[in-house]
Structure formats: structure tokens, C-alpha cells
Design a protein around this ligand. Structure first.
Ligand code: BDR
Ligand code: CA
Length: 310
């Protein structure tokens, strides 16, 4: 299995990403680190622990990380994820405490201790990973690749130009994008294909175990805010696309491009600039996810959820 460290801000879709990683034999989840984002970081940590309790996997370590971005104030996504960050289901209380180490130190020691390079997946504002690369550049060759959910080749969802994770910490995303490490990007243009339709949600509920029911309840709340705020008929389940990309890279078509993030624009701070047609002549630095095999994606996710719950 692929060794993975998952940095996240659970978060409805982050929760599904955690469960997908736990339920797939192709992934070895070495640990979870948390960040501010969909909620404050203390809530994100608690939510990650509750999802692990739901999956009966308190053995997976959780380390708490950044409370704020590299610059400026924390922007919190409670308008989509509710006051807890994960409104909707009744989740069990944590079965294990968070580890003593902070996220950056946990990532550093885990990378150095692993027998082979590890894949780092980021599904929230990418502050922890940026701090790791900035303060401990020597771990770079212990990272197999960075797969992140953020940005878009198109428009944003937090400002007209910027996607939430990129907007929440553009300076951090800039550190990652300019790191020279292998990077894959799952942006909104890809994740908006991963809609939890009523059929998908019905299949979650029909699993008839606590994991399936909790996922259906997560999608119920998430679908409600996506309908109210964005007028979507079904919620896009962004974050698990990163884990799906590891399990079966063929589910997604990729286009290698130069990608940068705007840190200065008056209206466009946090916008990703994806040079699909090489207009800038800059060296390509990111494999950008373009199209998703939607049926294949949901088979993979539902199969993993079924496995975690039974
Ligand atoms: C991203 O922002 C959060 O709302 C989701 O968890 C996802 O990571 C989508 O823009
Ligand atoms: Ca997220």
C-alpha cells in the first residue's frame, strides 16, 4: 500500500476522504494532521478524532496544526460546513487523544521515520505543509509527491476568482507550488464533477451501518448548504478525489502545466493561474486533474465506505 500522511480540515468532504483512505487496501494512512479552514483547528482535530472513532480506528495518530495562515487572519468556512465544521451526523466521541507533537513536527518525524518516501495529501488550507517545507527543507526527498485539493483552472467558490483552500492561505500554496517537488492538483474544475447525487446518498444510507448512515447525514447537510449558497442540485465531494487519485490514477485525466497562485491581486488574491496552453513559457510544475470517471469514482468511494463500516 501507498504510505500517506493526510493534512485536512474536516469538514464534510474531508471526513469522506479520511474514510476512503481507511477503507482502501491500497492506502496505508500513517497519520492525520489538522488545520484551520472549514472550522477552527481545535474543532478540526476533534472532528478528525470523531471520524476515526466512527471507523473504530483510534490507532491512527492525529496531530493538531495551524490555527491561522502564514499571513493575515484565518478565514473559516462555516457558511458551508456549519458551526461544528461537520454539522449533520451524530458522531461518537474520540477514542484516543491527539498526539503531543504539533502537526509540522509530526509530519517531519513521520517522514524521517518512514522506510520509503511518503505521499502527502492536503485537503485544507496548505499551511502545515508550507511550514514543513519552509522550516525543514531536508524532508523534501522523503516526500513521494504532494497531492492537494485546491484552486481551479476556472472560477472560484470563495471569491469569484479563488477557491476556498487557496484563498485561505495563498502564501502557503505559493511555497508548495514553488517547492520543486512532484505535485498533483485536484481543483474545483475536477471536484465539481464528483457530485453526491441522491442515488449516491441512498447507497450510503442503504449500507445500514453507522459509517454509511453518518456519510448520508454528512451529505444531507452539505447538500443543503450547497443548494442554498451555490444553487447546486447535489454537493461536490471535493477532497476524496485526492485519495482516489492515489488508489486509481486512471480515474482522472491529468495535464501537466505551470501553476501559480495570485498573492497580490486586488480582486484575485488566492486565484490559481493554470497555464494549460503554455502561454507564459514557464516550466510546468503540476499535474492538473482535468476529467473524472464519475461512476468509477463513486464505486471506489462506496466500496471503501462499505469496508470501513463492516
Ligand atoms: C474545499 O473547501 C472546503 O470547503 C472543502 O473541504 C474542500 O477542501 C473546496 O473548495
Ligand atoms: Ca477540506
Amino acid at each position: 500500500p501507498i504510505p500517506v500522511l493526510l493534512d485536512c480540515d474536516p469538514g464534510h468532504d474531508d471526513a469522506i476522504a479520511i474514510l476512503l483512505a481507511l477503507g482502501s487496501p491500497a492506502v496505508d494512512l500513517l497519520g492525520i494532521t489538522t488545520t484551520f479552514g472549514n472550522c477552527r483547528v481545535d474543532k478540526a482535530t476533534y472532528n478528525a478524532q470523531r471520524i476515526l472513532a466512527l471507523a473504530q480506528r483510534p490507532d491512527v495518530p492525529v496531530a493538531s496544526g495551524a490555527a491561522a495562515p502564514l499571513a493575515g487572519e484565518a478565514h473559516i468556512g462555516d457558511f458551508i460546513h456549519g458551526a461544528t465544521g461537520i454539522d449533520g451526523p451524530d458522531l461518537p466521541e474520540p477514542l484516543a487523544p491527539a498526539v503531543e507533537l504539533g502537526a509540522v513536527e509530526f509530519l517531519r518525524t513521520s517522514l524521517l521515520a518512514a522506510p520509503a518516501p511518503v505521499t502527502v495529501v492536503a485537503t485544507g488550507p496548505i499551511t502545515n505543509v508550507a511550514l514543513l517545507l519552509r522550516d525543514h527543507p531536508e524532508v523534501g526527498d522523503r516526500i513521494a509527491e504532494i497531492v492537494f485539493m485546491g484552486g481551479s483552472i476556472e472560477r472560484g467558490n470563495t471569491t469569484p476568482a479563488a477557491e476556498f483552500n487557496a484563498y485561505a492561505d495563498p502564501e502557503a500554496l505559493d511555497v508548495v507550488l514553488t517547492s520543486g517537488l512532484p505535485i498533483r492538483m485536484v481543483g474545483l474544475n475536477l471536484s465539481h464533477q464528483a457530485l453526491a447525487t441522491p442515488e449516491v446518498v441512498a447507497r450510503m444510507r442503504a449500507m445500514n451501518h453507522p459509517v454509511g448512515r453518518a456519510c448520508a447525514d454528512l451529505m444531507g447537510f452539505f447538500g443543503g448548504t450547497y443548494s442554498d449558497v451555490f444553487d447546486f442540485a447535489a454537493p461536490p465531494v471535493h477532497d476524496p478525489c485526492t485519495i482516489a487519485a492515489l488508489i486509481d490514477p486512471g480515474l482522472i485525466t491529468w495535464h501537466k502545466s505551470f501553476v501559480a497562485v495570485e498573492t497580490e491581486g486586488r480582486w484575485t488574491r488566492g486565484a490559481t493561474v493554470v497555464d494549460l496552453h503554455d502561454r507564459l513559457g514557464e516550466p510546468p510544475n503540476v499535474q492538473v486533474g482535468m476529467t473524472l470517471d464519475v461512476d468509477g469514482y463513486w464505486e471506489l468511494v462506496l466500496d471503501a465506505l462499505e469496508r470501513v463500516g463492516s
